[in-house]
Design a protein around this ligand. Structure first.
Ligand SMILES: Cc1cc2nc3c(=O)[nH]c(=O)nc-3n(C[C@H](O)[C@H](O)[C@H](O)COP(=O)(O)OP(=O)(O)OC[C@H]3O[C@@H](n4cnc5c(N)ncnc54)[C@H](O)[C@@H]3O)c2cc1C
Length: 375
């Protein structure tokens, strides 16, 4: 049996961030991920400056060998209406990254011992230790395995059952040089199209020569049909080259913070990022909350002095509620869908520069009013 101070399950942004902070505090940390890195992750790949700050990301170093797309403008519409375009000035208000590169960069930078291509299949409690797959033991187990995290399951989360998850589909494809030159999609201008029923939105987002096209909807109902319509529309409008419209799609699910009831802490264990269900409700942005929850967890873990009892970890749950608001204690009966009055009002507001710029972009998507956590 091998022993470490901490085992982190999942090497996405939540896992790599908590691992890095714990390694920095002098702990021996093993990160286990079922995939071999670099790996794709179903995601638009949009990060805000707050994420850059919290990760203390050296953008110059990052961009040397990776796609880093500065974002300065947004095109926003209710699906079927003419988009409203807003210019946010010369300084980037966000960046486009490819998760294939971003997650690998962060994981390698963490300094933790990496066991990739290793799925966590068995989790047991033996005395004060957690034992993973019968061969690795530690007094601390961090669940950072995303929506289907095995640690969340072990702690009692009803993964895939009784959880009103967002259903999402996406593809990310590289354009040929000719397609890139002819493409009307600008890298600095992501396009967002809200569903008339306000259950979600679709996007087309260019990062260098890569196009990312996707959709997310609460309730996970008929996601494919909605995505078919969107892809067809983008193809017809010339946004999506003919050759790429049939690209293979990837699907995934995740929980919005306001819908999640997963436990945050247990004796010797805690959940961070999507494993805990932390994505911002309006935008579905989950990289920021993954990174922030990892930093908040690391702060609490450092103060524990090696005593990882649930009582000692409880300040982590309090820190999450202090930052994102009270958590739901019982699951919602179903997805909260907008009524006719709200839909009609949204149809009007989404045609205005003020609403799309100040509310949709600056407040819901960029969260400019929430100061970043420092690394
Ligand atoms: C279509 C789509 C678009 C999105 N777009 C954005 C966006 O543009 N910006 C944004 O901020 N957020 C976006 N999100 C949300 C964002 O992708 C997630 O919130 C974020 O990835 C959460 O990070 P994480 O580290 O918690 O989990 P993940 O990134 O999901 O990482 C979890 C890791 O755990 C590993 N794992 C899972 N099970 C096991 C196991 N049994 N054993 C070992 N390892 C395991 C997985 O392989 C994975 O590497 C999007 C989500 C979707 C679905």
């Amino acid at each position: 049996m091998q022993r470490r101070d901490a085992i982190v399950v999942g090497g996405g942004p939540a896992g790599s961030t908590v691992a890095r902070a714990l390694v920095g505090a002098g702990l021996s940390v093993a990160v286990l991920d079922k995939r071999s890195f670099p790996r794709d992750k179903t995601c638009a790949g949009w990060i805000t400056p707050a994420v850059v700050k919290s990760l203390a990301l050296d953008l110059e170093d990052y961009a040397r060998a990776r796609v880093l797309q500065p974002i300065r403008r947004f095109r926003i519409a209710r699906f079927g209406d003419r988009p409203v375009e807003n210019d946010h000035g010369a300084a980037p208000v966000s960046y486009g990254i490819r998760r294939f590169e971003f997650d690998d960069y962060l994981l390698r930078r963490s300094g933790a011992e990496l066991a990739t291509g290793v799925a966590v299949e068995r989790i047991e409690r033996r005395g004060a230790d957690w034992v993973v797959n019968g061969e690795l033991a530690a007094p601390l187990l961090v669940g950072a395995g995303g929506h289907f995290c095995p640690v969340a399951r072990h702690l009692g989360a009803q993964v895939g059952r009784a959880e009103p998850a967002v259903g999402a589909q996406e593809f990310e494809v590289e354009m040929t040089p000719d397609e890139a030159a002819a493409s009307p999609v600008r890298g600095d201008t992501p396009q967002l199209y809200f569903a008339p029923d306000l259950a979600g939105y679709a996007w087309i987002f260019r990062k260098g020569d890569w196009l990312n096209v996707g959709i997310g909807r609460v309730g996970a109902d008929k996601v494919s049909e909605h995505f078919d319509r969107f892809v067809e529309r983008m193809r017809k409008e010339g946004m999506l080259p003919e050759r790429l419209a049939e690209s293979k799609r990837k699907g995934h699910a995740y929980l919005l913070y306001t819908d999640a009831t997963r436990p945050l802490v247990a004796d010797g264990a805690l959940l961070v990022g999507d494993a805990a269900g932390l994505a911002y409700p309006e935008s579905g942005e989950g990289i920021r909350t993954a990174v922030e929850s990892a930093l908040l967890a690391a702060r609490v873990l450092r103060a524990c002095g090696g005593d990882y009892s649930a009582a000692k970890l409880a300040p982590y749950a309090r820190a999450i509620e202090a930052r994102y608001g009270p958590r739901r204690r019982v699951p919602a009966a179903g997805p909260a869908l907008a009524g006719p009055a709200k839909r009609a009002l949204a149809a009007l507001l989404l045609r205005t520069h003020w609403f799309t710029r100040e509310i949709v972009t600056r407040r819901w998507f960029l969260h400019e009013h929430v100061p970043p956590l420092s690394a």
